[in-house]
Design a protein around this ligand. Structure first.
Ligand code: HT7
Ligand code: ZN
Length: 882
């Protein structure tokens, strides 16, 4: 397979101006005709090379003249016209494709009888021959012709110009998109769909028609998606001054989709999981995800569509920025602290391990074999953290100035991460030191800090050192520019007023900016450096990296009592939560050592006391409490160990959970009692927070395996009036094997067997079970009538769910690895993108003991040598082995 490098980027030799597409959709085959106006970038006679995959070429014409075989070259990836005419010319191509047979779900395919497309990153080449790269931006018209009864709705990008009936029960629609776009934003949908319609009046008073399309039986489940869309449109106007630019915005929900959703210009296509919701069938987490993803795709209209990427290496330019925007949107619609905790947890659970493993890559990768493999948590989530750092450094107004300049300079262009950086810098005349390193250096920086107080000099000193670990292809790293937002707490727990700080031989005043008087940004740029706070009259406790101001690992010399103090008093709620997590991580790691040495496990009573005081603090937000009493995940602890030991970590985490449940039983019982849903389901922060707290208390209680508490969970299950409560009770019961467990799982399936999204929750719950030997149960579920490897959501639920359970996936007999190896090879023949996501579960295999390493390695070797392996899976599996 060919590796593609950022350093080899070249401007295209030809640009396209207008593109007319005509689709004749059929049951056996689809005929695609394209007419493209082509013009050279510079006059000369370079060949025109078009990308194509799985296409049957029927004809090629240049300026109306048919080309004969020798006038062009065709191979399995390209159609080349060696000497096109000089100046502007028209190119007409007719191809035949087979959407019904397309199980890869890229290009044009069918999902439950609906024709739909997915072109990002390089799927357009499966529709017709084209320069399939984002810097080719053209205006499209699209004509679709199909059987009217089978496909009554025909959609594409932009405005509907014309539609009408044709002979033989057919009809057609003609769409025109007035905005230039790269082909990855092209979309087509045809099927039996109905819509929920609404209108949004923009800030300049234009009416925009909003339509959310689904099969008729699901339209009633689109109210929350419509609410989310309107909220996102309003938010983008209010916060960024960005108005929608067409009179129509369509969303279509399909059940078979490789990712969450796609931002095609004015025709977003969504995985139905991220559109359909009703209180009975969707949980609070689903509702929140829908809000975030509807927002995300809508926000792409400006960050991604109006200003797009020059090449795929720049993916984070649109994705990091748009994730940042959707995070801010969700924060503004709910609780900022809780959202920040959730986002940072995700970064730690998924991105930090990626940055420390064989697939580590910079936010802007240097190379790829298959671009699909780089839609990663690094490009998305770490990329969003990079954007967040601009905002932290510039403040809200400075950030907005930078965004305004970015749009002013680049509307209608395909640009790079440097262009974004330059807009931020120039709009604010800012000094960003070597900030651009965040785009090119992989690895999570490790920052160590020690503190000392000089009572005589009234100074408090923080000494920092930083190190960026080596990653594949980058053995040696430069220091990074790291903004560390910091405050100091006085002995009563209040923020101290900060006057000035010495750094690099200069005294910088802090207090003259009243907004920052209790907080300051320490700008780390060196391998080692020191900051000295002056006029500090009592020994403070430092609160560092407030709000998680940079995507780093921070190791401090804070004592346990400092951490308990921060847990109780920090004015930065994120850091309050963080102090509890640091304590929990330390505790868990020390108990893991005890467990490995065969010592009895004993829980530090101070930890129980610290959590009890959080539980009983009625001034705290309930969802914050729920987060604060959630222990770090097993993966997070394993990542901190020299050799990951899944059994020990699992035993310790279960021990602490049970111990907390037993010591805080009365508190948990009253939380369940006092936080039941009394009224109709409402998606708002207060209600979600109540449910979150009640349900985590129930989960703790059920872990005790006590008859009475299982009865309580059963009662909650039976009386639940919404999916959040019902599923939480089911999950609480499912922790413990036995008769009740089996009965309730069967009951849940029978209730929801006709709702595939709910059935997927049922698959996932069983897949994630910690019960030893669960691999057999998961194997059996593969042949369950509701299961289908062709549907990505089902794969993510069952296979993805299984791989997220450390005890079973990493079972010492290798049964988990063998299971995944077999599935990956099977799945790769159906859908390489989904198969390569699954193979990533092996990526941390070197972190385990020798027995496990050998077993995992054997599976990776088996996969790499499988016949006809896709480039997608090859890239991930071979990088894991390298
Ligand atoms: N921009 C979209 C990316 C996407 C995608 C990429 C590869 C393969 C399938 C895909 N489906 C959607 C989604 C987004 O980030 O907004
Ligand atoms: Zn996106």
């Amino acid at each position: 397979p060919k590796e593609i490098f950022l350093k080899d980027y070249k401007l295209p030799d030809y640009y396209f101006d207008s593109v007319d597409l005509n689709f004749l959709l059929g049951e056996e085959k689809t005929i695609v005709s394209s007419k493209i106006t082509v013009f050279p970038r510079v006059d000369g006679s370079s060949p025109l090379v078009l990308d194509g995959a799985d296409l049957k070429l029927l004809s090629v014409k240049v300026n109306g003249e048919g080309l004969k075989n020798g006038d062009y070259h065709l191979d399995s990836r390209h159609l080349t016209i060696p000497s096109p005419p000089s100046g502007t010319f028209t190119l007409e191509i007719v191809t035949e494709i087979y959407p019904q047979k397309n199980t890869s779900l890229e290009g044009l395919y069918k999902s439950s009888g609906i024709f739909c497309t997915q072109c990002e990153a390089e799927g357009f080449r499966k529709i017709t021959f084209y320069q399939d790269r984002p810097d080719i931006m053209a205006k499209y018209t699209v004509r679709i012709e199909a059987d009217k009864s089978l496909y009554p709705v025909l959609l594409s990008n932009g405005n509907l110009l014309e539609q009408g009936d044709l002979e033989g029960g057919k009809h057609y629609a003609l769409w025109e998109d007035p905005f230039k776009k790269p082909c990855y934003l092209f979309a087509l949908v045809a099927g039996q769909l109905e819509s929920r319609d609404d209108t949004f009046v923009t800030c300049s008073g234009r009416n925009v028609s909003l339509r959310i399309w689904t099969p008729a039986q699901d339209v009633h489940k689109t109210a929350h998606a419509m609410y989310s869309l309107k909220a996102a449109m309003k938010w983008d106007e209010d916060v960024f001054g960005l108005e929608y630019d067409l009179d129509l915005f369509n969303i279509v929900a399909v059940p078979d989709f490789n990712m969450g959703a796609m931002e095609n210009k004015s025709l977003n296509i969504f995985n139905s999981k991220l559109v359909l919701a009703s209180p009975e069938t969707a949980s609070d987490a689903d509702y929140a995800a829908i809000l975030g993803v509807i927002g995300h795709e809508y926000f792409h209209n400006w960050t991604g569509n109006r200003v797009t990427c020059r090449d795929w290496f720049q993916l984070s330019l649109k994705e990091g920025l748009t994730v940042f925007r959707d995070q801010e949107f969700s924060s503004d619609m709910g609780s900022r602290t809780v959202k920040r905790i959730a986002d940072v947890s995700r970064l730690r659970i998924s991105q930090f391990p990626q940055d420390a493993g064989p697939m580590a890559h910079p936010v802007r990768p240097h190379s790829y074999i298959k671009m699909d493999n780089f839609y990663t948590v690094t490009v998305y989530e770490k990329g969003a953290e990079v954007v967040r750092m601009y905002k932290t450094l510039l403040g809200s107004q400075g950030f907005r100035k930078g965004m305004d300049l970015y749009f002013k300079r680049h509307d209608g262009q395909a640009v790079t991460c440097e262009d974004f950086f330059a807009a931020m810098r120039d709009a604010n005349d800012a000094d960003f030191a070597n900030f651009l390193q965040w785009y090119s250096q992989a690895g999570t920086p490790l920052v160590k800090v020690t503190s000392s107080y000089d009572a005589a000099a009234h100074t408090f000193t923080l000494k920092f050192s930083q190190e960026v670990p080596p990653t594949p292809g980058q053995p040696v790293k430069e220091p990074m520019f790291i903004p560390v937002v910091s405050g100091l707490l006085d002995p009563s727990g209040k923020d101290m007023l900060l006057s000035s700080v010495y750094h690099d031989g200069a005294l910088r005043s802090i207090a003259n900016n009243s907004e920052l008087a209790y907080n300051t940004i320490l700008r780390l740029t060196k391998k080692e450096e020191e900051f000295v706070f002056t006029d500090i009259h009592e020994r403070p406790v430092p609160s560092l990296l407030r709000g998680f101001s940079a995507p780093i690992r921070l190791e401090s010399d804070l004592s346990d009592s400092d951490l308990f103090f921060l847990l109780a008093h920090d004015s930065d709620d994120f850091n309050r939560w963080e102090a509890g997590q640091v304590l929990a991580r330390k505790l868990m790691l020390s108990l893991v050592v005890d467990f490995q040495q065969g010592k009895p496990l004993v829980l530090n009573p101070k930890f129980v006391q610290g959590l009890r005081s959080i539980l009983c603090d009625s001034s705290l937000d309930k969802e914050f409490i729920a987060k604060a009493i959630t222990l770090p995940g097993e993966g997070e602890i394993m990542d901190m160990m020299e050799v990951a030991d899944p059994d020990a970590v699992h035993a310790v985490r279960s021990f602490i959970r049970k111990q907390l449940a037993s010591e805080l039983k009365a508190d948990f019982l009253s939380l369940v009692e006092n936080n039941r849903s009394s009224e109709e389901y409402v998606f708002n922060h207060a209600n979600m927070a109540r449910r979150a707290l009640k349900n985590i208390a129930l989960a703790y209680l059920a872990s005790l395996e006590d008859q009475e508490l299982t009865e309580l969970a059963l009662h909650e299950y039976k009386t639940a009036t919404n999916m959040t409560d019902q599923f939480a009770a089911l999950a609480a019961i499912a922790q413990n094997p036995g008769e009740i467990h089996d009965e309730v799982l069967a009951d849940f399936y029978n209730k929801w067997r006709d709702d595939f999204l709910v059935v997927n929750k049922w698959f996932a719950l069983q897949a994630m079970s910690d019960v030893p030997g669960n691999v057999e149960n998961v194997r059996n579920l593969l042949s369950h009538p509701a299961y289908d490897l062709h549907n990505p959501n089902k794969v993510y639920s069952l296979i993805g769910g299984f791989c997220s359970s450390p005890v079973n996936f990493h079972a010492k007999d290798g049964s988990g690895y063998k299971f995944l190896g077999e599935i990956v090879v099977q799945l790769d023949k159906i859908n390489p993108q989904v198969a390569s996501r699954m193979v990533s579960a092996f990526s941390r295999w070197r972190r385990y003991d020798e027995t496990r390493q050998n077993l995992a390695k054997a599976q990776l070797e088996m996969i790499v040598s499988a016949n006809g392996l896709s480039e997608n899976v090859f890239e991930i599996a071979s990088k894991c082995l390298a």
